[in-house]
Design a protein around this ligand. Sequence first.
Ligand code: GDP
Length: 297
Amino acid sequence: ASLDEPDAPESLVARAPIVTIMGHVDHGKTSLLDFIRKTNVTAGEAGGITQHIGAYDVTVSGNRKITFLDTPGHEAFTAMRARGAQVTDVVIIVIAADDSVMPQTREAINHAQAAGAPIIFAFNKMDRPGANADKIREQLSAMNILVEEWGGKYQTQEISAKQGLNIDLLLEKVLLEAEILDLKANPDKRAVGTVIEAALDKGRGIVTTILVQAGTLSVGDPILAGCYSGRVKALTDARGQRVNSVGPSIPVQVLGMQGAPTAGDKFNSLENEVEAREIANKRLQLQREQGLRTQKH
Ligand code: GDP
């Protein structure tokens, strides 16, 4: 069987949107990610999101979920895209309203547009005395980016990441965008996803954060990512809780990879471990050969 069989329409189920936050340095990306991470821990939920695994999922009003890639900035986004990974459904571009549209703001707009992902603009630092969101709206319109309140197509939200002002409204707009996109995936098959990050942990071995994009990943599954294979020994969610399985749009830490894949590598769960190892070895060999060839030139 192929690793990427098309899904029957009736097998598709709604999935949470996956969001990347981009913007100029110091405009408030980390503050926004931190605020959402801290506040969207529903009462009674064990743990809370304390550890950084490269992505986290939150539950917002109406029991709806949103997943955030927890690596602010453009590097992770472009590195993943360079490897052919398409993991972002919606991009939030943060612009400090007491500053201006800056070079990295333009870059973020270009990246999002190249990826075909809808953009929501978050005008941040509205608590600052010098904040002027209309000035930003004007600068955007000069770039042919017309915001919704001025008759255009781009949603915006004035926020203060520091004070946590209007973040709920921003998340509502993400969900609205997701509704339009009608995001779906088949949970009833072997998992397919993308590697978000991987590292060697002294006590635990290779720890790989994976974003499952379709199918369900379970403990015991043979797995393949980049040039490495393995078998899922344990799964830990963004709250640090052990889980037995995870479905689409959910990030999870995986123990059991035999080597560390690269962020942006495609990830697959396979029927058997021998097959996974064979494919991994072939890829490793191919990579070595390519390496030798480039060395000779
Ligand atoms: P990043 O580089 O885009 O990740 O920006 P940070 O989140 O690190 O924020 C840069 C600085 O701006 C920090 O000192 C934050 O405390 C501050 N900051 C971020 N958001 C706000 C805000 O809404 N209001 C105010 N007053 N300061 C903010």
